[in-house]
Design a protein around this ligand. Structure first.
Ligand SMILES: C[S@@+](CC[C@H](N)C(=O)[O-])C[C@H]1O[C@@H](n2cnc3c(N)ncnc32)[C@H](O)[C@@H]1O
Length: 243
């Protein structure tokens, strides 16, 4: 993770965790869609890894849906580690925490492999080479029949179209703010983000948006033959496949 990305997260990890469900368009749907796509029996003793797990909201859903599953939370943010630890406290014996870079190292926490690797709104921080390398690592740790399921910000068209998606996100944020569904702090942080990203969305150092279809092509080449985009709307997508 770059220095700039790391510092940005530490300043607003807590705010993000509290407000993202209302401030980020599609947030709840992204998590629900990942859980829906994990095609395993309810009672299966799954081993699941969440890359960029943040405050643990996605893992909470997965651990409820699969009562015999255990999970590895991976995230580089110490603040998110605390938030996730609180949220997932009731599952404490089922969760291992790896505070570190999702690009590597976390595999040591699953020496016997795992059944699912999930990720929500995190992999877009990696450049294209980093994404491909990560998908190769995921393929290596997944047991046969295991699944990758990713929900993320993607490049939803050409760059002018991406700017339009961001404008729509901006309108969403302002509507949520007017309805007092997000705080003035969230609005201010959003404004800083827009000022930085909107003038030149293609070259910002922290959001490395890639089309969902291209990522699915990589997954197929790497060894997920049925990989596909399961859902896409604007600059949001859920995709993945089975090893
Ligand atoms: C937008 S938040 C999403 C958090 C959570 N997955 C969710 O859906 O609420 C992105 C998360 O990815 C983490 N992150 C970003 N780049 C990372 C990296 N290279 N390695 C590990 N974590 C990273 C951040 O610390 C942050 O918690």
């Amino acid at each position: 993770m770059s220095e700039i990305a790391a510092r940005r997260w530490e300043t607003y990890a807590l705010t993000y965790d509290t407000e993202a469900p209302r401030g980020v368009p599609c947030y709840q749907h992204l998590h629900a869609e990942i859980v829906r796509r994990l095609a395993f029996p309810k009672e299966a003793p799954l081993r699941v890894v969440d890359l960029g797990g943040g405050g643990g909201r996605l893992l909470e859903r997965i651990l409820v849906r699969f009562p015999n599953a255990s999970a590895v939370w991976v995230d580089s943010s110490p603040v998110m580690r605390v938030v996730a630890g609180r949220r997932l406290a009731r599952f404490s014996r089922r969760v291992t925490y790896v505070e570190g870079d999702m690009e590597g190292g976390w595999q040591r926490a699953v020496p016997d492999g795992c059944d699912a690797v999930v990720s929500s709104i995190a992999i877009h921080h990696l450049a294209d080479e980093g994404k491909q390398e990560l998908y190769r690592r995921v393929h290596q740790v997944l047991r046969p029949g295991g699944m990758i399921a990713v929900a993320d910000e993607v490049l939803g068209g050409d760059w002018p179209t991406q700017a339009e998606h961001l404008q729509r996100w901006d309108q969403h944020t302002r509507r949520q703010s007017a309805a007092r569904r997000v705080s003035p702090h969230w609005l201010a942080l959003w404004q800083v983000f827009c000022d930085r990203v909107l003038p030149d969305p293609e070259h910002n150092p922290t959001e490395r948006w890639t089309p969902a279809a291209r990522q699915v092509e990589w997954l197929r080449e790497i060894g997920f033959p049925d990989a596909q985009v399961w859902w896409e709307h604007g600059m949001w997508a859920v995709f993945g496949g089975r090893r």
